[in-house]
Design a protein around this ligand. Structure first.
Ligand SMILES: [Ca+2]
Ligand SMILES: [Ca+2]
Length: 216
């Protein structure tokens, strides 16, 4: 039983082949590595997720800093929040979310991010959702107020996916995290020629701090 348990289930394998465009051999090999690192089949902490992403060279763009790992964990956790109450990430969800982050369309990535912030899953982001995502400080309260105001593009008092997507799309400084792979390759070839002090630019927003706050 022990040895078989590390083998990937046929249905899961077929689903992953379809949804990640990887070969079944590649997925089996990744599963074997995953199981070697996580014998119980679960990633259970942000730090473990970070190690795993590095192991497979899947650290997504905009997250190349270990301090962003808590937010990253929420993105992975969101897909199986309904089924699992222990907050762990299994191989299947690891593969699906890392695929979206690596190769998904901008819309898929924005939806994933939206879902990770919509903690109670009622399809709108409210103060209560964001309070769950941030430490309970005065600074957080101010930030939440600012974010909700910025995101509510049609000013109807709630932040829907449509608002959120429009906000991302109208803020070019945020788009590198969400662009599709083809667009990113194009951008990489351009940014490779840019000076490294781009981080000092007023448009640069560190991924590990105040996500999505834009200066007016
Ligand atoms: Ca909500
Ligand atoms: Ca709205």
């Amino acid at each position: 039983m022990g040895a078989n348990k590390t083998k990937i289930n046929k249905t899961v394998l077929r689903d992953l082949v379809m949804r990640t465009n990887r070969s079944s051999e590649e997925i089996k090999a990744m599963n074997a590595i995953f199981r070697r690192h996580f014998p119980n089949g679960k990633i259970e902490s942000p730090q473990d997720l970070w190690r795993c992403l590095q192991k497979f060279s899947l650290v997504p763009i905009g997250y190349n800093d270990p301090t962003a790992v808590e937010r990253l964990y929420r993105l992975f956790d969101v897909q199986n929040r309904d089924q699992r109450t222990d907050g762990s990430i299994d191989f299947f969800h690891f593969m699906i979310v890392s695929h979206i982050l690596e190769r998904g369309t901008a819309h898929q990535k924005i939806s994933l991010y939206f879902e990770s912030l919509d903690v109670n899953r009622d399809r709108i982001i409210t103060r209560e959702d964001l309070q769950e995502c941030l430490p309970p400080t005065v600074e957080s309260q101010q930030l939440i107020q600012q974010l909700l105001k910025q995101w509510d593009m049609n000013k109807d008092g709630v932040v829907s996916l449509d608002d959120f997507e429009r906000f991302i799309n109208t803020n070019p400084s945020l788009s590198p995290m969400f662009v599709s792979e083809r667009e990113r390759l194009r951008m990489n070839s351009v940014s490779a020629e840019q000076p490294t002090d781009i981080q000092q630019s007023e448009h640069y927003i560190p991924a590990n701090r105040n996500p999505f706050v834009t200066s007016k």
